[in-house]
Design a protein around this ligand. Structure first.
Ligand code: ZN
Length: 503
């Protein structure tokens, strides 16, 4: 009986968080601009309700009574693991003082428009006080959560449980030294891109993108695709997992790669074990978010896997380039498969993270993570931020930063109070290659990819990644699926193989 009460209470918290997701989805796809102010209040109210319920003394009692009820059940039993996970996450939630959460939310509500203005006007001084305040609040949150070695550990582990600065450093070092020579080799490659800006009607690009997302396995009977400025994926249980996209007639391919990225996130959510619905294994109590993926990095590994390891691969286009040409016969009449593939995989250092290609993307992340660590401890002052940014961009990518608008002001993250989330993009890249390398060894997976049949790969991912939801921590998931903890070898090998074909 007592265990059932815990399950019911967790389900109610999960319902509140799913309702918040729905309000957010609506705000970003349907809501008229006039609704923004009230909507922010509605979301704040529901978030406070979910937080109070999850962190309540009543929940603590339900957990402890459920533990008594299950005392004779083995610790490996999923019900016991659910209780342990709820305890772990609620413990972190309860350590962060409510005042710090309120202050962070208030700052975030105010600073988004300030950030947008500062970026538009290239006015760093306007945004500098927000950065100052954001890092002060995050320092407070890190102290409240607690850490052994470095305050960054407390923040990054909210998004990637178990991750620390000490584990990130060798990862970053390996990527920096592994990618630099690849970039040098790729730089000389001749890549034709003139055809990408010929008019490609948006409706036809979208139809092509969705048709292939469905063949990859994104289930449109439990999903939908809407238009947005910044594509994202969001779910309200595995039965309703929505994605968004943005297509432009003068930019062939960017739209459908972004769609497949979100479809990868979507397939993760759609394939969580059905029995995890409305449970702790589909609910993130630390970030108060209804989600089935076990960490930000693990989630990103699935979007990157489908976008890059599958969607940008040569064998994928050997199968599907004729279909693309059939959709755009005039525009692509003089473009070969080889030319299209090279354009889709070209590498060129640039200033903007969200426009970066696979070979340069991680350098943007490493730069941001290092800057966050230094700002958090005070080793870097906000006043010196622009100069530090420019220096790292020169060192890592060899580009000169002409303005703060194209430098330190480009990302929205700090205006929302996200400090410590950037590394999860790179963790996702590295994890994706590791999962993919192992999946290719499984019977039928490689042969399936060779004939445009994605069911074997999706089946392997469902069995080894998706169905487990949040019931395994990221490192356990990786070790049980691939036999190893996170390592850069498979990722660097994949990048190197790509450069061999480009150069
Ligand atoms: Zn993503």
């Amino acid at each position: 009986m007592s265990h059932a009460e815990f399950v019911a209470e967790m389900a109610a918290v999960s319902d509140l968080l799913s309702a918040i997701n729905l309000l957010n989805w609506d705000a970003r796809t349907q809501m008229p601009p006039g609704g923004a102010e009230t909507r922010a209040k509605q979301i704040a109210t529901l978030t406070a309700m979910a937080r109070d319920r999850a962190a309540s003394d009543a929940m603590q009692q339900l957990i402890s009574r459920a533990e008594d009820t299950l005392a004779d059940v083995p610790e490996t039993d999923l019900r016991r693991r659910a209780l342990a996970q709820a305890k772990r996450e609620i413990d972190i939630l309860r350590r962060i003082p409510a005042a710090l959460i309120t202050e962070t939310a208030e700052l975030s509500a105010k600073s988004h428009s300030l950030w947008a203005k500062a970026r538009a006007e290239d006015d760093f001084a306007l945004f500098a006080p927000v950065i100052e305040k954001t890092f002060a609040l995050q320092r407070g949150i890190a102290e409240a959560i607690g850490y052994d070695d470095h305050p960054y550990d407390a923040l990054v582990s909210r998004y990637e449980p178990g991750m620390t600065r000490a584990k990130l450093r060798p990862l970053f070092d390996a990527l920096r030294s592994g990618i630099a020579p690849l970039l040098d080799r790729a730089r000389g490659a001749e890549v034709r891109t003139d055809f990408l800006t010929r008019g490609f009607p948006v409706a036809a690009q979208k139809a092509f993108g969705i048709a292939l997302a469905e063949r990859m396995g994104y289930d449109m009977t439990r999903g939908r695709v809407d238009d947005t400025v910044h594509p994202f994926e969001i779910s309200f249980t595995r039965q309703d997992v929505r994605i968004t996209s943005r297509f432009r007639a003068d930019a062939l391919a960017a739209g459908f790669f972004a769609l497949w990225h979100e479809a990868g996130h979507g397939m993760y959510e759609q394939n969580i074990a059905p029995e995890f619905t409305r449970s702790i294994f589909a609910t993130d109590l630390v970030n108060l978010y209804a989600v089935g993926g076990t960490s930000f990095g693990a989630h990103e590994s699935q979007s990157r896997l489908w976008e890059n390891r599958v969607g940008r691969s040569h064998r994928f286009w050997e199968q599907h380039y004729p279909e693309l040409v059939a959709a755009f016969p005039d525009q692509l009449a003089d473009v070969s498969l080889e030319e299209f593939w090279r354009a889709a995989n070209r590498a060129e250092p640039g200033l903007i993270r969200v426009e970066a290609d696979e070979l340069t993307y991680d350098m943007h992340i490493i730069l941001r993570a290092e800057i966050e660590m230094a700002l958090l401890t005070g080793d870097l002052a906000v006043a010196d931020l622009s100069a530090a940014w420019a220096e790292k961009m020169r060192d890592y990518l060899g580009v000169a930063v002409p303005s703060d608008r194209l430098g330190v002001l480009q990302d929205v993250h700090w205006s929302h109070g996200y400090v410590g989330s950037f590394p999860t993009y790179t963790i996702g890249n590295v994890m994706a290659a590791q999962f993919f390398e192992t999946a290719l060894q499984a019977p039928g997976v490689a042969a399936g990819l060779d004939r445009g049949d994605y069911a074997p790969l999706r089946g392997w991912l469902t069995e080894n990644v998706y169905r487990h939801g949040r019931s395994r921590l990221p490192d356990d998931l990786l070790v049980q699926a691939t036999g190893r903890s996170l390592e850069t070898g498979p990722y660097l090998a994949a990048l190197s193989a790509k450069v061999d074909m480009l150069a």
